[in-house]
Design a binder for this molecule. Structure first.
Ligand code: HPA
Length: 254
């Protein structure tokens, strides 16, 4: 089996890659258990691409129940070394309104009680991986270049705040996150990014802004509905196939 050029993990509203050809489903078991669902491996513009729906294909797993370790280990076992994480998020600061695509360069972890390391089993050496730059610089650069080459608008930085969910945040929580320096808020960015670093995977986040976070938009009383979230994700994702194609043709750099 030839190597996988890119693994894509889809978030809320992104349960498959429409253009993937000759798809085979894999359900590998890992030393951490089973992934969220089948990993669909196929061909995109002549390159092997793996896709996994993070919440399961029927969106049945809440963020804190996702087996992030199994998901990444399963992709790695299939031969993936680069992971592009698609994360549906709320926008906090002005540049990150609904339907914006962003490639954040920083994150703050507000999650709790999630298994956040692969170094838990007795006898495993504890890793204290460097995480000052939480996303892989080379992969981020390639995502940003791919967006530019494909003429897809992308905000090329930003700080992602990972919250516990599954409920959305209070206005006070979002105001605090803004003061902390967060631009985006989502529920699945961690521990995924940290685990990817521990596992030696290249990892970047492509955040899709689905809504203004609580109290952050022009109408502070706006209620966030799932339908708005899904509509905005669908609209914002229209450039995704072009961006992925441009990413796949670029030579891989590390
Ligand atoms: N908060 C947290 N996660 C999200 C949001 C939000 O407003 N929108 C989409 N995912």
């Amino acid at each position: 089996m030839s190597d996988i050029a890119l693994a894509v993990i889809g978030g809320t509203g992104l349960y498959k890659l429409a253009d993937l050809q000759d798809v085979q489903a894999h359900q590998p078991d890992t030393r951490f258990g089973a992934p969220s669902g089948p990993i669909r491996v196929g061909t995109l513009d002549g390159h092997r691409v793996a896709f996994l729906a993070r919440h399961g294909e029927g969106h049945s797993l809440p963020p804190h129940k996702i087996n992030y370790r199994a998901n990444l280990a399963a992709l790695q076992a299939l031969g993936a070394t680069r992971v592009l994480a698609l994360n549906t998020v709320g926008g906090i600061t002005e540049r990150f309104g609904p339907r914006v695509l962003a490639c954040p360069d920083q994150l703050i972890d507000y999650t709790w009680g999630r298994v956040s390391t692969i170094c838990e089993e007795a006898g495993t050496e504890v890793l204290h991986v460097d995480f000052g730059e939480p996303y892989t610089r080379a992969l981020r650069r390639q995502v940003i270049a791919a967006a530019s080459n494909a003429d897809v608008d992308l905000v090329a930085d930003g700080c992602y705040g990972a919250t516990q969910g599954p409920r959305l945040e209070t206005r006070a929580e979002i105001a605090r996150m803004r003061r902390d320096g967060c631009d985006l808020v989502g529920m699945t960015g961690m521990p995924e990014a940290g685990l990817a670093r521990e596992m030696g995977l290249d990892y970047a986040c492509l955040a899709i802004v689905a809504n203004w976070a609580a109290g952050a938009g022009p109408d502070p009383d706006e209620v966030i509905t799932l339908q708005d979230v899904l509509d905005n994700v669908a609209a914002a994702s229209s450039g995704l196939p072009r961006l992925l194609s441009a990413l796949l043709v670029a030579p891989v750099e590390r």
